[in-house]
Design a protein around this ligand. Structure first.
Ligand SMILES: [Zn+2]
Length: 247
């Protein structure tokens, strides 16, 4: 069940049985020569929607732009100021809380978002406490990075023992291809496995990693691998969301 594909009476009925919602959160940033700009938003969205369909959870619209300043040398990347992202998360949370939602489970697809999401939670909690809920607010948030769901990173390493890397990975590209097989793209990777190293700023990123990959060979990506990763991640989300929803 997806919020933006539901009617208000359907959401009202859902609130009669559950106060929990799953929100995919990610980024719109370059993902190498064959990875989609939406990869970090699409991965949690694909997993969340399947988990929601399978287990009857409500899935919110995807918060699909995040912290991507260091990718700005690559066209198409969109980034938010941390303060903008925190303010937007707070507005989403307060809107949902006003309707009666008390558990917001944020499934994240971008490592660069983690610090800001955590700060967003602090802002949300501060708002509810001093907005009248006092020292016993009912609203609770949880952050999970999809690749940290039980068994998922082990599975990714098994599927791609060489060239998984850390950005534009074959695992994340596979997940998006499974979700959107109509946009599978092929590209020659040169070198086959991208270099690794630090990133000092957006210009430095493109100088060190000219095609946008870090340590990865996403030409290994496949729809079949994406299906395996998604099905394991969906199981993990369902288990964790159920506990969170009733905890
Ligand atoms: Zn990514």
């Amino acid at each position: 069940m997806q919020l933006h594909l539901s009617t208000w009476p359907e959401v009202e009925t859902y609130l009669g049985k559950s106060k929990a919602i799953l929100i995919p959160i990610g980024s719109t940033e370059q993902h190498g020569p064959n990875g989609l700009l939406g990869t970090d938003a699409l991965c949690p969205e694909i997993i969340s929607r399947r988990a929601g369909d399978e287990a009857g959870f409500l899935v919110g619209p995807t918060f699909n732009v995040g912290q991507a300043q260091h990718h700005m040398s690559f066209p198409g990347t969109i980034t938010l100021k941390p303060s903008t992202m925190i303010a937007a998360m707070k507005d989403w949370a307060e809107s949902l809380a006003r309707h009666g939602f008390e558990r917001l489970y944020w499934l994240n697809g971008h490592g660069g978002n983690i610090a800001t999401i955590t700060a967003g939670f602090s802002e949300i909690y501060h708002g509810v406490t001093f907005g009248g809920a006092g020292n016993k607010p009912t609203l609770r948030c949880q952050l999970r990075n999809w690749w940290e769901l039980p068994g998922v990173s082990d599975l990714c390493r098994q599927l791609f023992p060489v060239g998984e890397g850390s950005h534009a990975t074959p695992s994340e590209v596979s997940v998006t291809w499974f979700g959107y097989p109509e946009v599978v793209k092929q590209a020659v990777m040169s070198p086959r496995i991208a270099p690794t190293g630090p990133v000092l700023n957006a210009e430095d990123f493109r100088r060190r990693f000219p095609d946008g990959r870090i340590g990865s060979d996403p030409s290994q990506a496949s729809i079949a691998a994406g299906e395996k990763i998604v099905s394991l991640a969906v199981k993990g989300v369902i288990n964790e969301f159920k506990q969170f929803a009733t905890g």
